[in-house]
Write a protein that binds this ligand. Structure first.
Ligand SMILES: [Zn+2]
Length: 132
């Protein structure tokens, strides 16, 4: 049995069993496993691997790597569309900060819907540019 166990619905995230785990001998798991996230970085042409205590953190890291890659690709294209994408991302950050600060329920709900529109615009630009 391999020490890496793939997880349903979480591609690129694995449960990483210790060398001494019973699972490696065909028994059930009796170790304190960690979670491994793998991400292929085109720029360095290497696979980045990191370990986390829980699957959610591993997934968050993988997601942030994917986003950074997307941002770099859009930036590399350049031009006005690329600039628009940068502005939209800045707007998203401002609205997100405002959302965190807002205590009024109504304000929070309008900021939240503004945020989803901004994210939709972001996705649309990425799709139109054919970046991932
Ligand atoms: Zn185990």
């Amino acid at each position: 049995m391999t020490r890496l166990e793939s997880l349903d619905g979480m591609p690129g995230i694995y449960r990483f069993h210790s060398r001494a785990c019973g699972r490696t001998r065909g028994n059930s798991c009796d170790c304190q496993c960690t979670f491994q996230a793998k991400f292929y970085d085109c720029k360095s042409r290497r696979c980045r691997v990191r370990h986390f205590e829980d699957a959610a953190s591993a997934q968050r890291w993988k997601e942030s790597q994917r986003e950074a890659k997307r941002v770099a690709k859009v930036k590399a294209i350049g031009g006005s569309v690329s600039d628009a994408y940068s502005s939209i991302r800045k707007s998203a950050q401002s609205v997100d900060r405002a959302y965190v600060d807002a205590s009024d329920t109504e304000v929070r709900s309008s900021l939240s819907s503004a945020l989803s529109l901004i994210h939709a615009a972001e996705d649309e630009i990425v799709r139109a540019l054919g970046v991932e």
